[in-house]
Write a protein that binds this ligand. Structure first.
Ligand SMILES: NC(=O)c1ccc[n+]([C@@H]2O[C@H](COP(=O)([O-])OP(=O)(O)OC[C@H]3O[C@@H](n4cnc5c(N)ncnc54)[C@H](O)[C@@H]3O)[C@@H](O)[C@H]2O)c1
Length: 315
């Protein structure tokens, strides 16, 4: 297949490119390189790989790429991934998360591309603390601009599925971690402890608890579910089987793997890290487990492995 990975130079997108190339696909990445080019540098000489540096919210850019290449499927991974930054400046989520979706869907309509796989998020559910979230949970209200832009993207996608007979799989990821990570609590803690190994500032009261999935487990799920997808629209919650990991426990794992001791944890207080953060959520993943996919790591194991990966990468 000829596959366009929008946002393929990012953390998850670049791992997805590796997996899709390994399966024998031709992969085209379009990305404006917010995170730099390092994640795809190793692919640049691969004859089955092509790269376009471009702004994907711009319709003529998307039209150009879809006009120049016979694309069978689009994996849309492009979005703002710095939720706190987007919280201070909503236009970032509007442009990078929602307008990229609009431009890609419009490009697909014009160029008759029928298949899309979309990276959505647990943030679409908002704050439903005591609900086991299934793909059909209703009344969902995002509490961040990011979650709002993703839910709006999902709604637009549904309309294109219906109006243009597209086939789409929407994946609602939890927190994703692993090699090439550039943001989030694990990354932050390692960076802070490298600067000061005696004390660690932790946002909130440390009891925030979320599931963390190892990026290679997630990519496994995406590849499996997009290899034999059905026509129409399907939505999957993707996560680990274990309960989540608290922020304090992430700090403990990081301290342990870095071989530190006597680190003083300094909490900023409150039940969440920042406005728009959801302190905890619980996913029902029976739908994805019924496909035969199973994550290899629990949430705690994913955190520990990610810290080891970061140390190995010289962080
Ligand atoms: N990392 C997570 O924990 C997580 C959780 C849930 C959902 N997701 C979703 O998964 C996808 C990938 O996330 P990630 O962590 O790899 O993020 P990332 O920031 O590492 O990658 C996103 C890529 O998209 C590109 N991009 C963003 N806006 C663009 C634009 N307007 N034009 C062109 N390129 C643009 C960036 O340059 C970057 O390379 C995103 O859609 C994200 O919302 C991630």
């Amino acid at each position: 297949m000829n596959i366009l990975v929008a946002g393929g130079a990012g953390f998850i997108g670049s791992h997805l490119c590796d997996a899709l190339l390994k399966k024998g696909n031709k992969v085209i990445v379009a990305d404006k390189l917010i995170m730099g080019k390092q994640n795809i540098e190793h692919l640049m000489n691969n004859p089955n790989f092509k790269f376009y540096e471009m702004e994907l919210a711009n319709q003529s850019n998307v039209d150009k790429i879809l006009g120049e290449n016979e694309i069978d499927a689009v994996y849309h991974m492009a979005a703002n991934s710095d939720i706190q930054k987007g919280g201070k400046e909503p236009s970032i989520d509007f442009n990078d998360t929602l307008l990229t979706t609009r431009a890609i869907l419009e490009g697909m309509r014009k160029h008759n591309v029928k298949n899309m796989f979309f990276a959505s998020t647990s943030a679409v559910y908002g704050e439903m603390l005591d609900v086991k979230l299934t793909e059909t949970t209703g009344g969902i209200k995002p509490v961040s601009y990011y979650g709002g832009a993703k839910l709006a993207s999902e709604a637009l996608i549904s309309s294109y599925v219906s109006m243009c007979d597209m086939s789409v799989v929407i994946f609602r990821f939890p927190n994703v971690i692993g090699p090439r990570l550039t943001h989030g609590a694990v990354f932050d803690f390692i960076r802070k402890l490298r600067k000061n190994p005696h004390s660690l500032e932790i946002l909130g009261n440390g009891t925030q608890c979320k599931p963390y999935i190892y990026v290679l487990d997630l990519v496994d799920a995406i590849v499996k579910l997009t290899e034999d997808f059905k026509p129409g629209e399907d939505v999957y919650n993707i996560s680990v089987e274990s309960e989540g990991t608290t922020v304090t426990h992430i700090a403990e794992i990081v301290v342990d793997v870095l071989g530190l001791s006597d680190v003083k944890f300094e909490y900023t207080g409150g039940d969440r890290g920042w406005k728009g953060d959801v302190p905890r959520f619980s996913y029902d993943i029976s739908k994805v487990l019924a496909t035969g996919w199973k994550p290899k790591h629990t949430s705690d194991e994913a955190v520990r492995q990610t810290v080891k990966d970061a140390v190995e990468a010289g962080m």
